[in-house]
Design a protein around this ligand. Sequence first.
Ligand code: C2E
Ligand code: CA
Ligand code: CA
Length: 543
Amino acid sequence: MNKLIDTPLFDCIAQSADDIYAYVYDPATRLTRYSKPCVDYFDLPSEYTNNSREVWLSRIHPDDQHIYVDDISAVMSGKTSKHHCQYRIRNRYGSYVWLECDGKMISDDEGKHYLFADLMKRIDNFAKYDPLTKLLAISELEYTSFSGRTGTMLLVALDHFRNVVSSFGLNFSERIIVHVATLLQSMCGKDDRLYQFAAHEFLFDLPGHDADYASELFTRIYDELSQVHYIGEHAIALSVSGGIAEYPKHADSRDDLVSYLELGLEYAKEHCRGSVVTYTRSLSSKQQEITDLRIALSESIQKGFKGFELYYQPIYSQRDTTYRSCECLLRWNHNEKVVRPDLFIPLLEDSGEIIHVGNWVMEEAIRTFVDWRKRGILTHMGFNTSPLQYRDTAFAERLIECGKRAGITPSDITVELTESYGVNNFQALKDSVEMLRKEGYRVSMDDFGMEHSTMALLRSIPVDSIKIDHTFVFGLRKPDSHVDHAMIQALINMAHQIGILVVAEGIEDEQLRMTLANMGADLMQGYLYSKPVPKEEFERLIG
Ligand code: C2E
Ligand code: CA
Ligand code: CA
């Protein structure tokens, strides 16, 4: 016990704030005592030391050591009693931070040094945290050294955030971001660090962990966010995509790591939204192809949807043993090749152009339908819509208007709601579906059962039919398919109990047709009947 430095006053000051670091020095015994936040943050060997100068100096940035040495020497030699300087010092994470010291040496009546006390504060604190989320600002990453460390970085971005802002407004969007930030922070491990990367992007530094760990963390985040969250009076579900890069395996500089993370994230957004992609070298060239596609797509749209075309795939009714309807499927003719929608729809969704293209699909589908009905080719038709088309009720209003002008009977048209990923403005979706159904349009929920959220969606948004996705149906081909079998049977039973139809997609052969027919599916769609084909070919097929 040292009566000078072990005082309740020091304890009190030392514990008053986490980001103020204090120490006291007894010149008589040469003993220094550091405050607890100081020991923790600078990873000091102990609370007490006899060689504070070496301990401290070893952590100061080599370029700044002279600043500290000059200033403290002036105090210790008695030239001045005040210690005041600023320098960079390494913290426990290996990052350099700016510190401002304000110290004072007091002397006894005879002028002999009696006690020295120093309060130090971070002067980069104002920039240290994001003002909205209070997460670490990304600028902090600049001070992180990657040499001699191994670990992984995970970049997580909220999907379609522009859409959130346009449907909910900025204030509410900020509340969502704070909500997400708090949730992500709670998922951080002891040594993990979470940075605010961009408005709706978050970066995890996961020292000592590999890409598999980051990928598992991503899955947990995805599962958590895709649940319905109640924020204020809104119910929303969020989707995220992500990128992963390991250090030093992929890169050991901040800039390279960040650009690799971005590449992974971009790739995920375009090819497999809702998942995470780990950096590989071939990603860079793939990314260039995507950039080219984006440009070409925009040009096509500007030239009056040049190159876009609808293909049609028949839907067979088990009960009527006839073709009952068809599904319109979008194609894009580019460089004399037919590009499949899985490749370009995510790009259109990302740019927001899906809104225009979705309108074009609807109008083109109705044009074809009017023609076919007149010629007695088909009496029903379905087309796809993206969840992004329901950020407000404009699409529903446009369809109703377009249908009236064309003089169609709304119940002949089925609107398919494709994948429920992405942000759903539930209220706008619900209002749109109600508006359409009130008018007589049929609404079908696509890819039913693929995502757990579809079940929750069905509870609040009643529809006329569900479609069981082909990938789900293919599960029945596996030798050991009893679980798939039970699940599909349960979906069909549930649908029938609430009085809605079931369309089974992916009927490729007679075996699958029989299985699904026995299970009670009402309508069948698949290669057994026909692949999606251009308009004239479809007319020949049906006619
Ligand atoms: P989806 O709505 O689930 O469409 C059914 C997909 O399953 C189609 O792929 C179709 O070709 C395929 N399919 C049907 N029967 C079989 C089968 O027996 N075997 C196999 N292997 N596949 C079968 P496609 O045309 O490539 O469309 C992919 C997805 O693109 C669609 O999935 C839909 O989500 C989206 N999509 C297509 N057209 C549009 C559109 O106009 N607007 C929007 N928003 N999305 C669209
Ligand atoms: Ca569909
Ligand atoms: Ca499907």
